[in-house]
Design a binder for this molecule. Structure first.
Ligand SMILES: *Cc1c(COP(=O)(O)O)cnc(C)c1O
Length: 239
């Protein structure tokens, strides 16, 4: 346990240095970028360590794992972000602990989230997940709405009771025109964010960048980076 805390402390310091350097290189202030630690596949004990080390935002991608973990950590002052593909039958559970859902990509999900947020008497932060590898009008391999669908879906979220449109999220595509071009992908996301903010000025969150490409995300203007491996280690299984 002590070793684990030392390991996470050292990794967190390294990631912090990377963010500081990336901000400096981009002429941005460190406060403009929020670190979200992705705790998927790791136990609640790790979340507790992160909280002790000052982390305030954590993310999960599977409700089955996230729900019990969030319950075990309900005494901590953390914001839980849901970043995985979300089925409507999991929405009630997710609304029970998530402060922000970053993976909104279809109108049915908006309707389900709105209904449950109202039922729970909560306001839920919402990011649209943009699939930069999606075909015209389609959805991405790993979920996400195509760029052409962002405006309409954004309007839908903004009008939905119980939901707050906070901004956009993406995962750098492995295929298509942006494969291997993370910074170009993140810049495209920024352009979409600029468009979205014309109609929804408060939707300022831009969630992009992971362990391997957080520098490119910060350079492009991301406000939130989602880092798992670089803080907690290589995951024991795919997740
Ligand atoms: C797992 C995951 C991350 C973190 O990825 P790392 O490469 O481990 O930093 C970020 N975003 C999403 C959506 C994820 O599923």
């Amino acid at each position: 346990m002590k070793d684990r805390k030392e390991y996470i402390t050292a990794n967190l310091a390294e990631v912090e240095e990377r963010i500081v350097a990336a901000c400096a290189a981009a002429g941005r202030r460190r406060e403009e970028v929020t670190l979200i630690v992705v705790t998927k596949t790791y136990p609640a004990d790790d979340v507790r360590i992160l909280s002790e080390l000052g982390v305030r935002h954590v993310a999960e991608n599977r409700d089955q794992d996230a729900a019990p973990k969030a319950a075990a950590c309900s005494d901590l002052s953390l914001t839980w972000h849901f970043v995985g593909q979300l089925q409507t039958n999991k929405v009630r559970s997710v609304v029970g602990y998530a402060g922000v859902v970053q993976s909104i990509d279809r109108s049915r999900l908006v309707a389900a989230l709105s209904k449950e947020a109202v039922r729970a008497g909560r306001e839920l932060g919402c990011l649209l997940q943009v699939a930069l590898d999606a075909g015209e009008g389609g959805r991405g391999e790993r979920g996400g709405v195509a760029p052409e669908g962002v405006e309409e879906l954004g309007d839908l979220v903004a009008e939905a009771p119980g939901l707050r449109l906070d901004g956009l999220m993406t995962v750098a595509p492995l295929a298509g025109e942006y494969a291997g071009r993370q910074q170009a992908a993140f810049e495209r996301l920024m352009d979409l964010s600029t468009d979205l903010r014309r109609a929804h000025p408060a939707a300022t969150m831009v969630s992009a960048g992971m362990s391997s490409d957080l520098e490119q995300a910060v350079a492009a203007g991301a406000t939130h980076v989602r880092v798992g491996t670089a803080v907690l280690g290589v995951r024991p299984r795919l997740g």
